[in-house]
Design a protein around this ligand. Sequence first.
Ligand SMILES: [Zn+2]
Length: 453
Amino acid sequence: MFDQVPTLLERLFLGQSIPRRAAFARRVPRWLIERIQAAEFQKTVRLAGARSEFYRERFAQAGIDPRRIATPGDMGEFFTTSQDLRVRDTSSFLCAPPQAGFETTGTTAKNKRIYFSNEEVHDIGFEGAVGLWNLGLRPSDRVVDAFDYAFWNAGITLMHSLNAVGCFHMIASKLEPAEFYRRVKDYQFNVLVVDTAWLVGLTEIAEREGVWPVKFILSGSENMSEATRAWVESVWKAKVYQAYGQTESLGASGIECPAQKGYHLNELNFLFEIIHPNADGFGELVFTTLTRTIMPLVRYRSNDITRFLDEPCGCILQSLRRIDKIQGRGDEIVSCGMGMISPWIFEAWLGEFPALADDWQVAVSQPGVRDIVEVRYELRDEATDSAALEAAMMQRFAALYPYYEKNRAMGMYELRLRGLARGALRASLSDSPGTRHKLRRMLDQRTATAALV
Ligand SMILES: [Zn+2]
């Protein structure tokens, strides 16, 4: 019965009105969301077990009878991984013929393919409109987006959200920031929707040549450090919000609210779990699609490390749970002389230095007997005194991480800082189109194959 609730609500009450949906979101009780999720979860597992060759096989191997599954916990350690999507033919996941397809962008050579019906694409964009409304988007606003449209879903999802709100919208697509600036300035768009790394380039131009009045900027696809956000906001004199998502979830799994403290999750379309959490609640985000019938995903491991945030934020979406900023990727934990190291250690440290650009990378190598942990950073401004900066960085490292500093003092590893020209890390990815959105933070170069990465 509860799986009928969203359809009934939509037919009888919500209709196509985003303001009405926004008002409803504020009042929807948490128990109702959870009941709907539970009903849709069971339906999805049964559909996958009945129609998808991949799930039929995998459920049989794991001894799972879909009719007996009520909650994710009933499935034990059964998960779908990104490796499954890469190795298996995409058609083996399908429950019905698709009408739309996208590819993931990532850090490995083979892109994953994800298929949908046109209705699924429309619906997820449509429902994302409430998140934009929550940030202040209204029909009178003028929006431009600079998303990359090649094989990627973000722009299409956004387009359906903007159609739902009814505001003026133009697609610039991913131009060079200078060309974007030149061509867009006259239009006086007051909402910009952009890629995080790209926004930095645009903001540098705007800082030199002037800004126009902007209501807010929404950036997606990658984490932005708080130092960078503060700088971009100061240049544009506007709030910068972030969205969180993956192509596997059709982009829109979460969006920030005016509080800028974590992403509200799209819990009407996904059931989220955080698996194997540590003492602070950080673990890997896993989701099951609840409303997809073409290519449902059951307990898909996002590979993103985060935690649930429980303190209330006061916005209209507060019935929808939030997750913290993504702390790193689950497969980017490296064991070396420094200890078990992961991106969030470096994020917290490097994020304290406004002189550093957002892109950085840590490479672990062992040319001699000792591990070398090389931190490759880029300077925001070439004129920065890098010797003084590096001294300050080393000092701060020791203060933040006494344990790692002690290992260093004991000669268990060597910590090296290496400044690179601005854009060098990302330029090294440019000949591989699949890597254009995500830069690998941690490289373990101690094995022959890893050295080729
Ligand atoms: Zn909120």
